[in-house]
Design a protein around this ligand. Structure first.
Ligand SMILES: [Zn+2]
Length: 386
């Protein structure tokens, strides 16, 4: 265990009751994505905590709600960007219905893992740095209002902030064994609509051009993007024609979820979408992109950052921290557009994200808080590996 590591883990352990109290306080406030009115209260609480820690905060109003932009210790060096989201997947009333509670070594409540625990770990890290009088490189925190619904209102700000950063930390939950997430699949959510020509299915079907037939053919083509390794997946969700069977369909719609581990998979998917065409000249296909995020690929620089975390975990005397891949997306996928090293899943360990039994391990909350503090205090970075 290193000397600095020992001081930091001790301070974080002493801070545990305070961390739990903060987690209780923030979890008591509902934060449904995109609800501008409801998000004002948790945003105000986080801003006040940040200001108490000595950060300079600015809250910008976006169509999805408040976006907090905070700077801790200004300076000329490129900052470490901490990407947090304020929102949870839970509707108004959930905090009252399923209040925060501690059961032994775990805490439960809406958003307690995703990502209230992660935010509290980061704020605890800044408090520890202050307490020990450690001066890290500048830290910038973006706390966004709409991660759970696709980050449309925050996307540009996230990418721009990542471009200016030396390292991006995303305190989303860790993998179940505590590993960081250095790779995530990219995502394309689409609506595919076929426009045909209606006709009587019995009397004169030749006058019609079936939108359903066109849609089925197009979906079959897209299913061809799947590969055995599961690097690219294609899932068809809602299928809708609302058409009586005795009418050749005029309109048919499907929603499609495409995921890919590599940028090449995204290029192939986009190529296939651009090449889609109706077989019948009287019909046409219309593709609408509802959401997209590029894949988070494990780069040399993020692998170097993950290696640094392994070393810092040893310095803290805590269990080893590995790295792995996750299927879901996060704002790390957007930050990936900037090409800087990214450590996602640096938040605490727990389970049941987006589920009613969501929980966070309190020991992990403390350890992650110490890890983030040491990572910020450690003056190495991965810039040379870029
Ligand atoms: Zn999250």
């Amino acid at each position: 265990m290193g000397e600095l590591g020992a001081a930091i883990i001790d301070a974080a352990r002493r801070r545990r009751p305070k961390l739990v109290e903060m987690l209780a306080e923030i979890t008591a406030i509902d934060a449904p994505s995109g609800d501008r009115e409801a998000l004002a209260a948790p945003a105000a609480l986080l801003s006040s905590w940040l200001e108490e820690l000595g950060a300079r905060t600015r809250t910008r109003s976006t169509p999805a709600g408040p976006l907090i932009d905070a700077t801790y210790r200004e300076g000329d060096d490129a900052p470490v960007l901490v990407l947090c989201h304020l929102d949870t997947v839970w509707p108004l009333g959930t905090a009252a219905e399923r209040p925060f509670r501690v059961e032994g070594e775990v805490a439960r409540g809406p958003g307690v893992l995703d990502m209230r625990g992660g935010i509290v770990a980061c704020l605890g890290a800044l408090a520890t740095l202050g307490e020990l009088d450690l001066r890290p490189r500048p830290v910038r925190l973006l706390i966004t209002p709409d991660e759970e619904t696709g980050s449309e209102a925050s996307r540009e700000e996230i990418v721009a902030a990542a471009r200016a950063a030396a390292l991006v930390l995303v305190p989303e939950p860790a993998l179940a064994d505590g590993s960081l997430k250095t790779a995530r699949k990219g995502w394309l959510l689409l609506r595919l609509r076929a426009h045909g020509v209606a006709a009587h299915a019995g009397l004169e079907p030749e006058r019609g051009a079936s939108a359903v037939d066109e849609l089925v053919a197009a979906l079959t083509t897209l299913q061809g993007l799947r590969d055995e390794e599961g690097d690219t997946t294609v899932n068809v969700g809602l299928l809708d024609s609302a058409n009586p069977a005795n009418v050749v369909a005029e309109l048919a719609t499907a929603t499609i979820d495409l995921r890919f581990t590599e940028a090449a998979g995204e290029r192939a998917a986009r190529g296939a979408l651009a090449a889609l065409a109706a077989r019948d000249p009287r019909a046409r296909l219309e593709v609408t992109e509802l959401h997209s995020r590029p894949p988070l690929m494990r780069t040399e620089a993020s692998a170097a950052a993950a290696a640094r975390v392994r070393r810092l975990a040893r310095d803290l005397g805590i269990a080893a921290i590995g790295e792995g891949a996750a299927g879901g997306v996060s704002d790390a996928n957007l930050a990936a557009l900037a090409g800087v090293p990214i450590l996602d899943g640096i938040g605490p360990v727990g389970g049941g994200a987006h589920a009613r039994d969501e929980w966070v391990e309190l020991g992990s909350l403390v350890e992650r808080s110490a890890l983030i503090a040491l990572l910020l205090a450690d003056d190495q970075d991965e810039t040379e590996a870029r």
